[in-house]
Design a protein around this ligand. Sequence first.
Ligand code: 5GP
Length: 189
Amino acid sequence: MKELKTRILKDGRCLPGGILKVDNFINHQMDPVLMKSMAVEFVRRFVSVDINKIITVEASGIAPAIMVGYLLKQPVVFAKKKQPSTMENMLVTEVFSFTKNRSYNICVSKDFLQPGDKVLFIDDFLANGNAAKGIIDLVEQAGAELVGMGFLIEKSFQNGGEYLRSAGIHVESLAIIESLDNCEIKIKE
Ligand code: 5GP
């Protein structure tokens, strides 16, 4: 998506270890106009897919997911990183965090992820696919169906995209970063 690629080249910053910082339009300060355009693009790319629920992981996935849910008029569920004491009927799975270099649990209530749900996962980044694998596990535990995964930014020099596509999942990424070597951002045309 041209608008996003231009913005990454203008405002994105490289951090050591293959991390792209997009704190001034996605991960801290957010640009709602760009966020809406990105959601419109997801809706266009998943137009032929039957979706009745959007799922994401807190916190950075929530903004794009709610925009997509708004456009599709479907509910948005976010997997929580801290298990609330008031939450019953939990589905839990472990996720390894690439940016924090540690594992954590994510959980969702069975009340909001149910057998028969046709679920679209939306997130900010696809790196090694660990968050995505956690979501696949939660969707399976719930007896729901994963119908697609949409990422704002995929880093194709990590192996998440290859893993998900070879598992037969419909993956859409709005910008694909081919390399961050020498702190130079290379985006796929
Ligand atoms: P994965 O689970 O695919 O290995 O990593 C995806 C998650 O890690 C995303 O939800 C995102 O929060 C974080 N992440 C991975 N790579 C980057 C990056 O380059 N920049 C930022 N800001 N977050 C990242």
